[in-house]
Design a protein. Structure first.
Length: 184
């Protein structure tokens, strides 16, 4: 039977390491400290930690020590910070955000951004700046404006020239409005 990793999930290996060989973080810390010939107090001082923090980690009382703690101890225990993360229970997988439309179909947001960039790079750059500094109210207003732009572009071909004028006008408004948002 494998080692209990989560409440009801047994596995035979962890990150490609057979379970019997997966080190326990408390043992790593204790062995690293002892290899350095330090007491818990000395080790705590060297790693800018508290005695209690070291003791709890060595005795596995702390289930998941902070990432900052792992960064501080890594030079002294013989493991790189990135090696300590999965041992301490942190996921090392990169997370990808997946967006779905109202019909629950996956949205290719990178493709959409590329299309927007090809169509109008200036507007996309300004929207990116807005994203960093805007409030929720600003974002809601901008969303309404962009939805209006989409409605205008969805109109029939008979108003193609008006659609282009409306897009250019709306773009000009957005570009003039965004700098005022960024100044607040």
């Amino acid at each position: 039977m494998g080692k209990l990793i989560e409440e009801s999930q047994y596995i035979d290996s962890y990150d490609g390491i057979p379970v019997k060989e997966v080190p326990i973080l408390g043992d790593i810390i204790k062995e690293g400290r002892q290899r350095q010939g330090m007491t818990q107090t000395e080790f705590a001082y060297k790693t800018s930690s508290t005695n209690a923090e070291i003791s709890r980690a060595e005795n596995s009382v702390t289930k998941k020590p902070s990432q900052e703690f792992l960064k501080r101890i890594s030079p002294y225990v013989g493991y790189a910070y990135t090696q300590l993360l999965p041992i301490a229970g942190y996921s090392t997988m990169e997370k990808e955000t997946i967006y779905y439309n109202t019909q629950m179909k996956k949205i290719d947001y990178l493709g959409i951004v590329e299309d927007i960039y090809r169509a109008d790079a200036d507007l996309l750059d300004e929207l990116h700046e807005l994203y960093k500094f805007a409030t929720c109210e600003d974002a809601k207003l901008l969303k309404l404006l962009l939805q209006s732009m989409r409605c205008i572009s969805a109109c029939g071909e008979e108003i193609l020239d008006k659609k282009k004028e409306a897009f250019v006008g709306l773009k000009a408004f957005l570009l003039s409005y965004l700098p005022t948002l960024l100044e607040d």
